[in-house]
Write a protein that binds this ligand. Structure first.
Ligand code: LLP
Length: 424
């Protein structure tokens, strides 16, 4: 459920007209709804009422400081994967004890930064990483709380680029080696292996892979305790899908997901950790863009808009489907025709939608690309020397620019010239 709806014929984010924001900040821009972000966090939290939990929003999905602070003020923890994300979480006021650090390639500096903030746990993914973390912890005079991320070799039935829990994926410790590596971790100075972690993929619609993977996680906790390890928490990762197609996709509701988690965790007396990203931020955001030209071609019509693959890469990178709504509500009798909605970037792969049935659009019209709150702005680039687009947050009738459009001076000024070119 989200808070983008037509009011008197114009698409609004909560109480604010997207057309009015477009007039103020120009296009393209991202717009987020606070009420939607808050609702998703609260629905997830409510599904686990009565359990001891730590919900670590996955910062990578949308790392804007205003988004982090909105969630942090509800009590959310954060799942970070880099020093940059750690710094963002800390800057948003998230205490270290609510932060977990994931990722296959943490550097020694990143480990030291996590230890300096006394984070809740590191999710470790290899023997080499355990050894490095042990060395850094000893240097810092700290103990690193560790969860080993195990790879259950379960196919999450999602796009192959976002599947992470199959044997061939780079993530996690092979299932067969997990017991041995816990023994290694418990011998290494400065490490305290107190949790287990798993994240099998993203945009998961079918609960069955979760069920199989979580059953294995339960077994692992029992085996580890049998060998004398004190396991305090289970981190179930993220991955819950969202409905990109409101007519066709029905992702599991948090209660159904919670039932599976609670079955796996039953009687283990563990704290339950989660790292949801997309289900919190996904449909809390839209990308608003203006039609520049409608170009009839020999085989199809192109609707050329001012947002491109550099602003939202998901359609071309994952073949992702994002619904597109005209900001001015179409009349009931409007002609609907198939069109490719494409951007200005010089690549054939620069599209937001292919062969999409849309009410006829004209130059100057505004469109909203839905479900763009997660993995949208964070994956944007300035390819073609296009400026990153602004981000706006709405709360009720209020709105604020939460990241301004940068200037061309800043874009060009980021480069520096070697002396042999400037003659200095
Ligand atoms: N935890 C870990 C360890 C992860 O790797 C991820 C996502 C998450 C949590 C959050 O997963 P979520 O709840 O959002 O599914 N750029 C891609 C998605 C990449 C996801 C990477 N890892 C996309 O646009 O679909």
């Amino acid at each position: 459920m989200h808070h983008f709806a037509y009011k008197t014929g114009v698409l609004h984010a909560e109480g604010v007209s997207l057309a009015a924001i477009a007039d103020e900040v120009g296009t393209p821009f991202y717009c987020y709804s606070s009420a939607t972000l808050e609702r998703h966090y609260q629905v997830f939290q409510a599904a686990f009422a009565g359990s001891q939990t730590l919900i670590c929003y996955s910062v990578k999905a949308n790392s804007n400081q205003a988004v982090l602070m909105t969630l942090g003020q509800l009590g959310a923890g954060m799942d970070v994967v880099s020093e940059g994300e750690l710094r963002r979480a800390i800057a948003a006021g998230i205490p270290g004890e609510r932060i977990v650090f994931s990722g296959v390639g943490k550097t020694a500096d990143e480990m030291a930064a996590g230890l300096a903030h006394d984070i809740y746990a590191f999710n470790a993914e290899s023997r080499g990483e355990l050894e490095q973390l042990s060395a850094v912890a000893q240097q810092s005079g700290k103990t690193a709380r560790v969860a080993l991320r195990v790879n259950p070799d379960v196919d999450p039935k999602t796009h192959h680029k976002i599947a992470t829990g199959r044997a061939e994926d780079k993530f996690g410790i092979p299932w067969s080696e997990s017991l041995e590596l816990y023994d290694v971790a418990s011998q290494l100075p400065g490490l305290s292996p107190v949790g287990v972690h798993m994240h099998i993929g993203s945009q998961i619609i079918d609960l069955e892979p979760f069920e199989r993977a979580f059953a294995l996680l339960r077994e692992l906790v029992q085996d580890l305790r049998g060998s004398g390890h004190e396991i305090e928490f289970i981190n179930f990762g993220g991955g819950l899908g969202v409905p990109y197609r409101s007519d066709a996709e029905t992702p599991p509701d948090p209660e159904a997901y919670a039932a599976i988690v609670l079955k796996a965790a039953q009687d283990l007396d563990c704290r339950l950790l989660f790292e949801p990203g997309r289900m919190i931020a996904g449909n809390a955001g839209v990308l608003v863009s203006r039609v520049l030209y409608v170009k009839p071609g020999p085989t199809k019509t192109f609707t050329i808009v001012d947002a491109g693959m550099n602003d939202l890469i998901r359609p071309t990178l994952y073949g992702a489907h994002h619904e597109i709504w005209p900001v001015t509500e179409a009349q009931a009798n409007a002609t609907v025709a198939a069109t490719d909605v494409v951007g200005p970037v010089c690549e054939t792969g620069d599209f937001l939608a292919l062969d999409r049935e849309l009410p006829e659009l004209q130059a100057g019209d505004l469109i909203a690309v839905l479900t763009a709150g997660a993995y949208g702005a964070v994956q944007a680039s300035s390819y073609n020397s296009r400026l990153l687009v602004p981000e706006v947050m709405v709360r009720g009738d209020a709105h604020a620019v939460i990241r301004a459009r940068p200037s061309y001076e800043r874009l060009i000024g980021a480069d520096t010239l070697p002396g042999w070119l400037t003659g200095t």
